[in-house]
Design a protein around this ligand. Sequence first.
Ligand code: AMP
Length: 382
Amino acid sequence: MKILIVNAGSSSLKYQVIDMADESTLAKGLIERIGIAGSKLKQTVGEKQYTVELPMKDHIEASKQMISALTHAEHGALKSMDEISAVGHRVVQGGETFTASTLIDDACLNAIKENIPLAPLHNPANLMGIQACLKVMPDKPMVAVFDTSFHQTMPPQAYLYGVPYAYYERLRVRRYGFHGTSHRYIANQGAAFLGKDVKDLRIITCHLGNGSSICAVDHGKSVDTSMGLTPLEGVLMGTRSGTVDPAALQFIMNTDGINIDEMLEILNKKSGLLGVSGVSSDMRDVESAALEGNKQAQIALNMLVRGIKKYIAGYAAIMGGVDVVIFTAGIGENSIELREAVLSDMSFMGIELDKEKNKVRGKDAEISAAGSKVKLLVIPTN
Ligand code: AMP
């Protein structure tokens, strides 16, 4: 069975075709600048690269171009779209409505719309992608896969904020968490790698990329995660601040005379590794600057390391221990230095890193020392 996966943004559309027989990627594409000048499709099939530059006024046009690239006689991966059995759509915010991936019908579309206030930038874009695909492939079964649904198993003490309960009842203000598909995937892959059942393990999954979140996966279920109502909460990220005392924002806003939208722009786009280091949002740049002696870059890295340590120890505490810690995403899979810094001096809780085994990038690997009570793994996300 071949599946088409679509991840639509407001002006972009990423797609992949997966052959479920061996879970290999047959084609991978990115369409950018939809609805603006310079629309472009880039597709990779094996070693073959294919680029199309032509105006795409909306997601419907982009979806048509995706189909013609996928079925292109020379550069495509499919003879016809008949080979595709179903389409999976990434949807960022499923709210409390969706606890699992869901077949898309009118009720599902309405529920995604109802959750727009909780993700005003993402859900409308995801919907555009779904609606465009429904238009150009009306007969294909389509499934919505939510970033939030894996975390719907969190108990109230994990998902509520310490604000009047009425805000939850009236506005559904709560922690939703994100990267759910990634946390679920790497928890299951990690368990399989160890030859165990995820239901027998207490796992802490660290998804560390441009956006980062950490999750406590207790016997297969998410019981806490670091991102909140939005993906801004938690550890320091590329350009996002992570958790900040809200009263600090009032102080900044009053002092500098900026409004809440400007403040959130700063927290989302100008903070994190970029804001603290003053160098870059990209971990590789910050690591190089730190090595060259840049003090702010060193502080930014230390903040990130400290934040991750606090979540690992905290989540071990709420699960009554931890059996496995897993690292994934751009930083988690690749930064040997970051993993070493996070996992050093953690023997008090049974974490012993093997520094030699840790010299690995981007592939499934165990990096814990022989006697480590806690298994430490690198598992590339997918
Ligand atoms: P992602 O959002 O998962 O694509 O991750 C992007 C982040 O991974 C960026 O901060 C990159 O700098 C970081 N990254 C990618 N490769 C490396 C590497 N070899 N060493 C350190 N960080 C890396």
